[in-house]
Design a protein around this ligand. Structure first.
Ligand SMILES: Nc1ncnc2c1ncn2[C@@H]1O[C@H](COP(=O)(O)OP(=O)(O)OP(=O)(O)O)[C@@H](O)[C@H]1O
Ligand SMILES: [Mg+2]
Length: 510
């Protein structure tokens, strides 16, 4: 009996003459979890989009359960038992979980389904895989982690035997990731096959049975995972050399308080309190890392700080000047840079060119515009510099942002926000979705901004990252500051504060 769920052989796919996949072979064993690794732009999403019928390969064959198939559309893929959860979710936010599922099925099958029955069936699948999804909750009310479970639940409900997950854990907290892995293990027990795209090597080591590595569109190799395989080995396969984890020297001690919050109260989109009497100071030449489980007020804090959300009460000063509830343009002019968490919807205009996205905040200003004329020479030079420094994988600056890989889209925003010599830099999950090399580069850039006197706030769910780059670590839980810890604090202690256990540990302020 054929034990390969999927066999892709000699797959080639070019966009505008550039090969995103170049004669790639990919084999997925039944009942296994298979990791797909590679740098930003290596061709992972493209290969999986081909398997899911979103793109057609220029060359090569695909076998599903031992039989050659022409996967001409996602409908065909679904009928072959293939499901995919994308890097960016595709759920209708005003609708409930069950309505979303029915919407998908109705358009595919043209039958009216019974809501109550569908909801019951969904609840049964959710129970089986310990997903805890309520079919009647509205999508917009769910956390990112819950929305992701809804996507997976939908795919299984539609009959997926092979499930493709494109960077599913990029948006999950460590706790959610553990839950999610339990679900994956359960599915594997059940004989389902899973393809997991991730940039987090610890996850590959933890859960994957076999890994395939892509580089520049080519298949570099596959490896059965066993305890002897190291992260260094995987990095080497991916990048073709060792990645050095060096940091720039801290050349300056923190100076005067640059940014100060006092007793900030603000509500979230649902009208509930998101920050409760929140106070924090950030100095010149200082990185304050804000640790916390996603959804505890971090996003609202960043939005108050950039004028995107109005506070109900409290004070905020920038260089001593009261600035609470000023408009976003005020903060832009004060050189407050913001790398938003949700870069796909708030950071980029997908149908604009890369160059235009890059100079977006400076359109109409010198040096990119003089006397109402765009200075294309200057813009081109800036684009070339950003492209080199951030290793943005793109054909040219006139390409639309939409055609870039997920990680390369991130790099455009990072270049735009970090390279303007900000006075204040707010970075919400700055390295999410970046490959190991690019993530290292961005952390370096953040420290460089700090050494150039910027006051920096880094929000991250990644404790390793927080510990690497922070001068001080502030911990937020349920909209309240739980404590401030010095550089080199203990992860266990931070973890306790992140879970709201303030009483049991000493709060060491500064
Ligand atoms: N629709 C498209 N039009 C033009 N080029 C594309 C398109 N989709 C992908 N590409 C190009 O194909 C290459 C591979 O992209 P892909 O999205 O597969 O990378 P990836 O490995 O998923 O990267 P990431 O880790 O950043 O998500 C990139 O250079 C990208 O610009
Ligand atoms: Mg991708």
């Amino acid at each position: 009996m054929e034990n390969m769920a999927v066999k892709m052989q000699g797959i080639t796919k070019a966009f505008n003459g550039v090969k995103a996949n170049d004669h790639v072979d990919f084999y997925l064993e039944k009942g296994s979890i298979h990791g797909l690794l590679g740098e930003n732009g290596a061709g992972k999403t493209t290969l999986m989009n081909i398997l899911y019928g979103l793109y057609q390969q220029d060359e090569g064959t695909i076998m599903i359960n031992g039989k050659i198939e022409d996967i001409s559309s996602p409908v065909k893929a679904i009928s072959l038992g293939i499901g995919m959860v994308h890097q960016h979710f595709m759920l209708a936010r005003p609708l409930t979980v069950v309505e979303n599922v029915m919407l998908g099925r109705k358009s595919r099958r043209g039958i009216l389904l019974d809501t109550k029955q569908t909801a019951q069936e969904l609840a049964a699948v959710s129970d089986k895989y310990k997903m805890g999804v309520d079919p009647y909750s509205k999508i917009w009310q769910l956390s990112v982690g819950e929305q992701q479970r809804v996507e997976i639940l939908t795919a299984i409900y539609m009959g997926a035997q092979t499930l493709i997950l494109d960077e599913p854990t990029a948006v999950l907290t460590p706790q959610e990731t553990e839950l999610f892995f339990d679900t994956l293990r359960e599915m594997r027990e059940d004989g389902k096959s899973i393809i997991l795209i991730t940039h987090k090597l610890e996850e590959i080591v933890e859960i994957v049975d076999e890994v395939t590595v892509l580089r520049d569109g080519k298949m570099i190799g596959t490896k059965k995972m066993d305890p002897s395989v190291t992260k260094g080995e995987l990095t080497n396969m991916m990048v073709g050399r060792d990645v050095l984890f060096n940091f720039p020297e801290i050349t300056k001690q923190p100076g005067e308080v640059k940014l100060s919050f006092r007793n900030i109260c603000v509500r979230n989109d649902k009208g509930l309190p998101a920050l409760k009497d929140f106070s924090l100071d950030i100095r010149e030449s200082e990185v304050v890392g804000l640790a916390g489980v996603d959804g505890n007020g971090q996003k609202e804090l960043c939005e108050v700080l950039t004028g995107l959300r109005k506070a109900d009460s409290g004070e905020m000063t920038l260089g001593g000047e009261p600035v609470i509830n000023k408009e976003p343009i005020f903060f832009i002019n004060k050189k407050v840079s913001y790398i938003p968490e949700d870069r796909h919807t708030t950071g980029l205009a997908l149908d604009w060119s890369l160059k235009r996205n890059l100079i977006f905040k400076s359109i109409g200003k010198a040096p990119y515009s003089r006397n109402g004329l765009m200075q294309s020479k200057c813009i081109n030079a800036y684009w070339e510099k950003a492209k080199d420094e951030y290793q943005i994988k793109a054909i040219c600056g006139d390409e639309k942002a939409r055609s870039l890989s997920g990680g390369n889209q991130q790099k455009i925003i990072l270049a735009r926000e970090i390279d303007v010599e900000p006075e204040v830099l707010i970075a919400d999950q700055p390295t999410r979705g970046l490959d190991v090399g690019a993530a290292e580069y961005v952390r370096n850039k953040i420290i460089e901004a700090r050494n150039n006197s910027a006051a920096v706030l880094v929000v991250s769910a990644d404790l390793e990252e927080i510990l690497q780059i922070s001068d001080r670590i502030a911990v937020i839980y349920d909209g309240e500051l739980m404590g401030i810890l010095p550089r080199g604090a203990d992860t266990y202690e931070i973890g306790e504060l992140m879970m709201g256990k303030r009483e049991e540990v000493a709060v060491s302020g500064k």
